[in-house]
Ligand binder design. Structure first.
Ligand code: NPW
Ligand code: ADP
Ligand code: K
Length: 535
């Protein structure tokens, strides 16, 4: 059995049960969160990442146990979609491209609902609905009955489309089982060349739901509204080129479905809510432990200052910065909350007494840095974050010391490859990342869009917060500091890592609501931590 199916790994990850909100089925509240993966509030959705087989089984299970007919389920899916599209694009002209399977059925049902509320929709039958699924044909007939405009693909010329019209792709979804060919392939290519804004329903057509690497031509969406759960293929960040931003939409699948295989789980808002609790009235600073940050070589004080501020804001009780003696004054001026010790003053006792350690921000790669890393790894408690140069040094050691069990390593892509060796494509990268985590018994946080965390039990957690404003120097130092701060009081390291990446991304999501995405400073993230951690 796959490790992800055993109950134990996800016991480490408290919100293992899909998040259940009060409102399901027909009731949707029109709020979309701003994040890399947007999840509609007040919807039931699952944090499971599934393959096409399990999604299909979940649909069938829900039809049997809840909806009685797949047409009812499709109606609900289309209702949810129509509400989102109406909210966001009601003043635009839309053209909906429909296939002949159930994705096409979604498209015809969606068109009917939008048409009824006065939206300007044109529908193109890309494949013959009469030769398709019953649900598709039935929704095609219903649309005909209300007099909505439907054209056949060969009657329609994409080149004549107004560039302001939004193209909605309902040609293929999870049922696609081979790459596109012939006329369909040429059609999608022609659409991709158009400047129009494009939306995909469930999956961009041409994308194989289970494949990390897409072998053929795929519809290039600016936005994908995916139904109910995150698909396996979305895990490869390269596929963002086709999906654009991904939003998850509740279509009312039943909550009691047990998949035979889970690829991984998403880290979402509920995680934040489940993990935070108020401090006891009689708390004292020692209850929250001290965080020791080791880094800040000459000229690199900023990295430890940012990590230190982030750790402080994330709740550690005491803070100690260990950096190059030359940086003493600047660090003490910038961070009076912290105690300062120089590299030379660092003792084994200080290392052993710290509740948590962050090593790496601005550490450099000098001989001294190397010695500090080895001593720290050999003596540290398990609550340690190994970041930035500490990862680079570790990767270059011929005989590296053992990493403390459950330590948290936070590489970006290049650092990850230094650590696990060169990789060939996403599948290879994920396998090697998982193997490294298992072999060393550590938590690997592979940073980037959808930061992906693997643990010692072989599980995969995928972050849903964050955006491209984070692609800036110094944001990684802030993340290391946040996790270091959380490690002082969050009971499980995997939880601290997951919570840390979520808060970090969420701060960036909050930032882009008011600031431009290019203007974020790492310090802005730190200023947003207090409100995000409010229980
Ligand atoms: N009740 C439900 O289950 C619900 C499902 N829902 C929706 O259904 C979607 C899944 O629907 P689906 O399974 O009908 O598959 P879909 O992607 O529409 O098309 C498959 C068709 O394409 C064909 N085909 C495959 N590859 C091809 C190729 N390269 N070139 C040409 N043809 C190709 C294949 O036929 P084949 O040729 O293999 O016999 C088949 O006929 C899902 O994404 C969601 O949107 C929601 O409404 C919720 C309720
Ligand atoms: N396009 C993106 N979308 C979401 N998050 C991103 C993106 N680019 C970078 N990030 C996040 O920003 C942080 C950058 O960390 P890192 O590369 O270590 O920066 P630095 O070393 O400059 O501090 C990581 O948390 C990463 O997940
Ligand atoms: K689609």
């Amino acid at each position: 059995m796959d490790a992800c199916m055993k109950p134990s790994p996800y016991e480490l990850f408290p919100p293992e049960v899909p998040i259940v909100f009060e409102k399901v089925e027909m009731i949707l509240v029109p709020v979309i969160l701003s994040s890399a993966v947007k999840i509609r509030r007040n919807c039931y959705f699952s944090n499971m990442i599934l393959d096409a087989h399990n999604i299909k089984n979940w649909d069938s299970h829900s039809i049997k146990s809840k909806w009685q007919s797949s047409l009812y389920l499709m109606e609900n899916a289309a209702l949810s979609l129509s509400q989102i599209i109406h909210e966001n694009y009601r003043n635009k002209n839309l053209v909906i491209l429909c296939g002949s399977g159930n994705n096409g059925g979604d498209g015809y049902a969606l068109a009917r609902m939008l048409f009824k509320v006065g939206c300007r929709v044109d529908v193109i039958s890309v494949l013959d609905p009469k030769r398709g699924s019953n649900e598709c044909n039935s929704n095609y007939q219903k649309l005909l009955e209300i007099g909505a405009p439907i054209s056949q693909r060969n009657e329609w010329s994409p080149a004549k489309l107004n560039p302001k019209t939004i193209i909605v792709d309902c040609i293929f979804g999870t049922g696609l089982n081979r790459p596109l060919e012939g006329e369909l392939l040429a059609f999608i290519q022609e659409i991709n060349d158009l400047p129009n804004y494009k939306i995909a329903v469930d999956l961009p057509s041409g994308m194989l739901a289970d494949e990390y690497r897409q072998p053929g031509v795929v519809f290039k969406a600016d936005k994908t509204f995916t139904l109910q759960c995150f698909k396996r293929c979305f895990l490869n960040r390269e596929n963002l080129l086709y999906t654009g931003e991904i939003s998850m939409v509740d279509i009312g699948l039943s909550k009691d479905f047990k998949p035979s295989h889970i690829e991984g789980r998403l880290i979402t808002d509920s995680y934040l809510k489940n993990m935070l609790s108020k401090r006891n009235v009689n708390s004292e600073k020692r209850d929250f432990g001290s965080c020791l940050i080791i880094g800040g070589a000459k000229g690199m004080a900023g990295a430890v200052i940012m990590a230190g501020k982030a750790a402080w804001r994330s709740g550690c009780g005491l803070l100690m910065i260990c950096a190059d003696e030359d940086n003493r004054q600047i660090i003490q001026a910038a961070l009076p909350e912290a105690m300062f010790i120089s590299f030379e003053e660092l003792t084994l006792e200080t290392i052993q007494k710290a509740r948590s350690i962050v090593i790496g921000p601005g550490l450099g790669k000098s001989q001294k840095a190397k010695e500090l890393l080895i001593t720290t790894l050999e003596n540290a408690p398990e609550n340690i974050v190994v970041d930035a140069d500490a990862i680079n040094i570790y990767s270059s050691l011929e005989e590296p010391p053992k990493l403390p069990r459950k330590s948290i390593i936070t590489p970006h892509k290049r650092e990850l490859e230094r650590l696990i060796g060169p990789t060939h494509g996403y599948e290879d990268l994920l396998n090697k990342q998982k193997a490294f985590s298992k072999f060393h018994g550590v938590i690997l946080v592979s940073k980037g869009p959808y930061t992906q965390i693997t643990d010692n039990l072989g599980c995969l957690l995928v972050n849903t917060s964050g955006n491209a404003s984070l692609a800036k120097g110094g944001t990684g130092d802030v993340l290391a500091g946040i996790i270091g701060g959380l490690l002082c009081f969050v009971p499980k390291n995997i939880s601290a890592a997951a919570l840390g990446v979520y808060i970090h991304g969420k701060a960036a999501d909050e930032w882009v609501k008011s600031g431009s995405d290019g203007s974020l400073s790492p310090l802005d993230l730190i200023n947003l931590i207090p409100t995000l951690l409010k229980t």
